[in-house]
Design a protein around this ligand. Structure first.
Ligand code: NAD
Length: 243
């Protein structure tokens, strides 16, 4: 494939969808993933078509090692290697840690942290072979400062930040850059359970006075994919000044 390639996990909506459209608009062939249905991905694909871009839909749960192996087998059949990996898929869990069941903890960690491990492990060998690649992890400001009633989520995103910093050192000799975006509150379905009043109160706590948009995160992810190669191992805040 002559075009540059990117895999965006969790691309059926929200930040992942915006990343898929931004990369497609910039001329990348985009592998779009989600765990639920091909129809959701094809809806994103229609938007990519309208931009004149190209895509392949790859359904699979990135929190499951075997699914990630299948996703990468499909990618490598089509194009041999990836130029950019955007680890975006994630879920939230709100509640007291003392009330959290084992399976809720495991699902949260698998989806938000193990997925990043599985996808990086699958992407790295081909990137090392060609001595080039970019890994962009969508993290959260709660991974830096912690959020009450989101302990598991905060732990998972702290894990993503640690993995980002360590992997950046491991892969710098192979000219592969690994960075993370520590997002603040972004206007997506993940915050859909908040009432209009709760949203207003939360926005008042943010110096920018509003939630971020998925398109703003996507624009920075695209810039990171093209940033000078000397920048690696960074956890970049995208939070309207919150932290
Ligand atoms: P969203 O709920 O709108 O979208 C999440 C996407 O991930 C969906 O496409 C969903 O189908 C997919 N997904 C979920 N589990 C998956 C799995 N196991 N395998 C494959 N796909 C899966 O959420 P969003 O706000 O767009 O979040 C995207 C990323 O941004 C997440 O990692 C999230 O933690 C992070 N983030 C979001 C916010 C925010 O305020 N929205 C803040 C900080 C960080």
């Amino acid at each position: 494939m002559s075009k540059k390639t990117v895999l965006v996990t969790g691309a059926s909506r929200g930040i992942g969808r915006a990343c898929a459209l931004a990369f497609a608009g910039a001329g990348f062939h985009v592998f779009i993933n989600c765990s639920t249905s091909i129809d959701e991905l094809n809806a994103v694909g229609s938007s990519i078509d309208r931009l004149g871009g190209t895509y392949t839909a790859v359904v699979g749960n990135v929190g499951v090692s075997a699914d990630v192996a299948d996703i990468f087998a499909q990618i490598y059949r089509e194009c041999g290697s990836l130029d950019v990996l955007v680890n975006n898929a994630g879920i939230a869990h709100i509640g007291l840690l003392s009330d959290m069941a084992d399976d809720e903890w495991n699902r949260l960690i698998q989806t938000n942290l193990s997925s990043v491990f599985y996808c990086c492990r699958a992407a790295i060998p081909a990137m090392v072979s060609k001595k080039s690649g970019r890994i962009i992890n969508i993290s959260s400001m709660w991974g830096t400062v912690g959020a009450s009633c989101e302990a598991a989520y905060s732990a998972a995103k702290s894990g993503v930040n640690g993995l980002t910093r360590a992997l950046a050192k491991e892969l710098a000799p192979s000219n592969i850059q690994v960075n993370a975006l520590a997002c603040g509150v972004i206007d997506t379905a993940m915050n859909g359970q908040l009432s209009a009043e709760e949203k207003r109160e939360l926005a008042d706590e943010i110096p920018a006075g509003r939630f971020g948009t998925p398109e703003e995160v996507a624009a920075l992810a695209l810039e990171l994919a093209c940033a000078p190669a000397y920048m690696t191992g960074q956890i970049i805040g995208m939070d309207g000044g919150y932290i």
